[in-house]
Design a protein around this ligand. Structure first.
Ligand code: RIB
Ligand code: CA
Length: 309
């Protein structure tokens, strides 16, 4: 089994990624850390626990992280994910307590106890990861790897921004944190909008009917989340489950390895992720950026895991 820690900002698609992780026997979720992004960090922390409790999972600790980006004020996406950040799925408030440690210290504690064994999956802004790398500089080398959902790399026609015409939400939210992470020594796999805005990777009404035909707790919650997204946005984008899927079947994707520059600050170019030529790289390490995906095969994997009895 592959040991993972999920750093997330639930959010509809983060919740779907959590469901996928919990339904995948290849993965052992050691812990969850939450960050402000789609919603304020108190809400993302409650939402992670609401999903766990709905599924009867009581042995995965959740540690709260950053309430705001390193340098900017929070710009949430509740207008997309709904007032509760979870598609108004009306799950009861969490009863489980939060882990007392801050997310970055909880992250470090787990990694130092299992050096080179744990893969961090980050599906929100990278604020917690940047804090963790700054407070615990040995961490990047002690992680087995980092899989992140973030960026828009112009590798496909879908690789444009969704927060600005040029920048993807997670990176735009905290570009200074992203710069720290992309410049670090950790081995990074990046899934950008080039992949996740491809209609072949999105759920539609036909998929929703298939999900509604199953009555397991995972299927019922998935149906609520997906239905909200389809009703309000015409489809359900699976940005975060795609990032997790790289750990389930890497053959779904093709990758290119290149240095990635992140534009920080608050100008028109905030949060741009630019693939550089090797000669321009300077000190930047190589990032493995997804350049293509087998959408139908990804959706088949996602649905089979969620709907499995
Ligand atoms: O741009 C999409 C990403 O931003 C996803 O991770 C979504 O959950 C939001 O965090
Ligand atoms: Ca997310």
């Amino acid at each position: 089994m592959r040991k993972v820690i999920l750093d997330m900002d639930p959010g509809i698609d983060d919740a779907l990624a959590l469901l996928l992780a919990l339904r995948s026997p290849e993965l052992q979720v050691l812990g969850i850390t939450t960050v402000a992004g789609n919603a304020p960090v108190e809400m993302t922390s409650a939402n992670a626990r609401r999903v766990l409790e709905y599924l009867g999972v009581t042995d995965i600790l959740v540690a709260m992280g950053a309430a705001k980006p390193l340098k900017h004020t929070l710009a949430d996406a509740l207008n997309y994910h709904g007032p509760d950040g979870l598609g108004q799925c009306n799950l009861p408030p969490p009863r489980l307590p939060l882990h007392p440690a801050k997310a970055w210290d909880f992250l470090a504690e787990l990694v130092l106890n299992a050096p080179s064994e744990i893969t961090l999956v980050a599906t929100g802004p990278l604020t917690n990861v940047a804090h963790a790398f700054q407070y615990h500089p040995e961490l990047p080398k002690l992680l087995a790897g980092l899989v992140l959902m973030g960026g828009a790399y112009s590798l496909t026609p879908y690789g444009k921004g969704n927060q600005t015409p040029f920048a993807e939400f997670n990176i735009w939210q905290d570009p200074e944190a992203a710069y720290i992470v992309f410049s670090s020594e950790v081995d990074i796999i990046a899934i950008g909008l080039d992949i996740s805005m491809n209609p072949a990777t999105c759920l539609t009404g036909q998929h929703l009917e298939q999900i509604k035909a199953s009555h397991t707790p995972a299927a019922r919650l998935t149906a609520k989340l997906v239905e909200y997204a389809i009703k309000h946005h015409g489809r359900c984008e699976l940005h975060d489950p795609l990032a997790l899927a790289t750990l389930l079947d890497a053959s779904l994707f093709d990758f290119i390895s290149a240095p990635v520059e992140v534009i920080s600050g608050n100008g028109w170019d905030r949060g741009i992720t630019r693939i550089l030529a090797l000669g321009q790289a300077g000190e930047l390490p190589l990032t493995h950026v997804a350049a293509s995906v087998d959408g139908p095969r990804f959706l088949k994997l996602f649905l089979s895991r969620i709907l499995e009895k």
